[in-house]
Design a binder for this molecule. Sequence first.
Ligand code: TXA
Ligand code: MG
Length: 356
Amino acid sequence: MQTRVESVENLDTKASKQALADAAKIIRRGGLVVFPTETVYGLGADATNPDAASSIYQAKGRPSDNPLIIHVANPEDAAKYAVTSSLYARLAEKFMPGPLTVVMPVRSIIPKTVTASLPTVAVRCPLHVAARELIRLAGVPIAAPSANLSGSPSPTTFQHAVRDMMGRVDMILDGGASEIGLESTIVKIEDDGSLLLLRPGGITVDDLATLGCPIRVADAVMGALKPGEQVLSPGMKYKHYAPKTPLYLLDGTRDACTAFLLGRSSGEKKPRMAILSYTEDVSHFESALPAIKVLSFGSRQDERSQARNLFALLREADELSVDELYAPLPTANGVGLALYNRMIRAAAHQIIKLNG
Ligand code: TXA
Ligand code: MG
């Protein structure tokens, strides 16, 4: 398939406006458009067209039992596709447009290919201006998963989107690097008026708690599913966000990490190694471990920067031809919960507990 590539970084230009108008036409005709959002790049199609939605699964190589998020231009448009409630209105007022997705009972206008036959649909109104303008011009909700090939990290730059989707879609729009860098927070509105956190993201549990309603965190957010446990957000059961290089999370102080890696590099096997290091520790690791490649993850206290960098670094690490990649185990608070959730999956739960 021929893929057209256009920039929508500056919407004041005639070329960007034309590109968005053409992209909207492609969506209306049942085609596929990769577009930027503030979380990650999305792979979009008309959410009311079952054939268009099926072609998303094909382009990504995604199992068809993993439902899609539908994107709307305005929070109030959700009521056309889902049964909304007063709690939805409060969430929308506070956090939308933005990196929040809300799961609610679905209306019949949304085909089963989008919801994977669940009785619910996930709705999000992105903040990115080009994304919202695209949805508005298309005049239909846009179903969009992250625009990566199934199993690889979500694309947070135009270059990542091109790498995974060139030749698989009709058009790719360049909107620069994603501001947040991790996928949206997903909450389900429960019948009793509480929230169930299915996927942590840029909107944190503390942010949600300001609404005053009870919030439960789904077990799968923090770890593996227990045998027999029901999968509430089907995407959580798949190995996800994974680099090709095996990733190990180090749970210990900087000195304990240094000692562990020194031991590893002086052992018999001598694997080629790389580490994601907090910016403050980069020069320490470079001088203490000259054989190891050091990638700067962001400042220790600045979890938002780490979130913005993570997926790009996982892709970068795969280009280094190393045998093992290491990263610090994040603290599961605030935005750290989203980092923890993505990183334990990327590491396939390989956490190395170090003393000290
Ligand atoms: O930030 C985002 O949410 C990005 C951008 C493009 O908007 N999209 C995204 O989509 O991350 P995707 O398909 O990669 O992840 C959507 C997740 C999946 O884990 C899926 O199982 C879950 O949302 N999901 C979708 N519909 C659901 C539903 N009705 N109930 C529970 N989980 C649902
Ligand atoms: Mg995804």
